[in-house]
Design a binder for this molecule. Sequence first.
Ligand code: ATP
Ligand code: MG
Length: 759
Amino acid sequence: MPDEYSRYLQSLNDKQREAACSDISIPLMIVAGPGSGKTSTMVGRVLMLLNEGVSPSNILAMTFTTAAASEMRERICAVAGKARAKELTISTFHSFSLQLCRSHAEKIERTAEFLIYGHGQQRRAIIEAVRLLENEKSGQQHNSCKSSGIENSNGVRHFKDRSKKWQKFVIQAKASGRTPEDCRKMGDQIGAEVLGNYNDILRSCNALDYHDLIICSVKLLTEYDAVYKECQDSWKAIIVDEFQDTSATQYRLLRILASHNHITVVGDDDQSIFSFNGADISGFDSFRKDFTSYKEIRLVRNYRSTRSIVEAASCLIQNNTKRCPSKNFLSENAYGSKITIKECYNEDAQCAFVVDKILEIASNSTAGSSSYGNIAILYRRQVTGRVFQTTLRNRKIPFNLHGVAFYRKKVVRAIIAMLKTTLPTCDDSPYRKVFKALLPLEKEEKKRVIEHVEKITECRKCSFISAACDIFNAKISGTFKRSQLTQGRKVLQTLEMISRLVRRKYLLEQRAVIDVDGGKLLNEDNDVRSVLEYLLDDVSDFLSTQSTDRKEKIETGEEKGSVSLLNSFIDYITERERENFRSRRRDNENSVTLTTIHQSKGLEWDTVFIVKANETEIPLLHEFNGAATENGTSLEEERRLLYVAMSRARQKLFILYVTVDSNWQMLQPSRFLKEIPDHLREIQAEVTRNDLKTTHQVIAKGTERFSMDLPSKKQSIEADMVQNNFPDAQDGASKETIESVEACNGSNFLKRFGVEERS
Ligand code: ATP
Ligand code: MG
């Protein structure tokens, strides 16, 4: 055995080593808490397999997110070297299935270039499916301008509202593998029809959604012996990390792939946080039932975090009722510092606190160590990350774009959409997307322009883009202002230029060319240019994941610029787009990580800030998105989410919440914070100078916003402020401010100072 391998295996504890070295022919399940070395054990298992002579190209490691996949690849790389790591298939369920579906597209009634519908496109198809059903019912003719509801924006909105509900239905049905026929058998006639219509629409558009990828893979494996045999020959050993997040259909896929029983799964039921996407922890039970000769190993020691963090996280999760009962969890590490729970006035104050702390940590770190790289800011929703991006950028603190809404940027979406337009397809939605993204008009104006183009598209039954061309090149007299016409025309020109650029396939052939052309083309627009640069990084990353074989072909020109390569690149980008994931840039390793909690799975940092831990975020009380109902199971999922976030920290954990939102509404701290025992946390809720400065700004803004009327309680506020060291509380100007703020009926900051709302 190579020295590095044996050194690695020696570094594991007995249980971990037992798991890593156990016989491949026995199905293995590891259930253990966060930081207990599950992923480390998987890495050990891969090394063992390689050592036993299993070819790296016969090993399939499945993870749930792209972030987790690249984490695993990096860890294997560090021991086994880049060359071997590259030969392994470390893939998410989706990218694995996508490849399978592309190779056998004709068997699933698609062509190899089929499109993948993301959330938005799925929603649009669902609206159409529901509309079709209603039109059938009312006997109206589908497709005429009238019945499409396009001229009536209320109608569209009405459809959209209900489509949310239907989208949830479709996702759940697909994740659990229900067909329209199954719905019918269950007595759900309408559900069956919507699902059926939706499937028909996707078929006619040569598209699949993410759940279809898994469903179709299962279909390919069960209905086509040749495909099954091909997979059996390819994948001699299957390893699955984060098993708790697999859906019922994903489990079926695994079950078939692993009919040779050479499967290892690791997971933690307490970290299941993707149920809104169909994840189903009953996979553990199914595994026990289906792989009868299985062996189960538990790992109990947490190596990652200080004892305070481990104990606090366990106390939190013990409030969940639905969990694997005998799971223990302990830490032999020192207690370390307590968890800081910090109250901030608003998001600006929160951001200021975090940034100051980051600078403090950086200034205390020894020279040469990657201080920023050991810090992460975690949040529930992307939108919370925005203020951090801006502030970190202004303060010149490097941060990486991992998990930042890069792929949500309009220009990025536009360029990706443009790439997609190079694929033969009968759907012109990418053009629509680009057009919308690039049109630089006010929201209302833009809406009107788009609606008009859509109306023409619908009435003339032509493509969106030809309708747009006709309008803006003035073949049809429109009702637009001159400026709107000019903008429309400009967008069409840009569109045409990007399209030409992409069609010439420079993107993959010559970085330099797109660099120059792209720069020239969009000279005025720095944003577009920097986006192109980032995308070029993705091109390099993408090429680095390609097999040596294929890379050779690319280099020798055999595959230069071919559609299939472009296709794989688009798949690669699309998956990242879906997950909103960007890998760490190599030159950016010493950077603070900004990411959502969902994307932080499996990762770890010395210092972690969980920001905006408020009610409204964790738990996210939302009607459709995994609805955290008061007592329902989803409330437990919300608790798991905080648990995942807390258990990312090695040394120091900060949990922050804010007291007012940007609309001056009072916000409550997350109910889960009370579940962290007192002796493990320190609460910083006192009013500090910095907070007061912010309050000052808040008050000033409040003055702008509300009408004034002289209050009755100004003295008590003043007294409070003076007592709390409010710096200028006694000068005349700020007294006025206080008065005016107090005058705002129901103003929230008054509550901060113990002032009752006036009735
Ligand atoms: P998660 O549930 O968050 O995915 P995990 O169970 O996969 O966590 P790992 O990421 O594998 O845990 O390990 C957590 C940390 O503990 C890593 O820094 C790893 O290097 C360290 N670690 C794991 N096993 C050992 C060990 N036997 N000795 C020392 N450190 C270990
Ligand atoms: Mg892990």
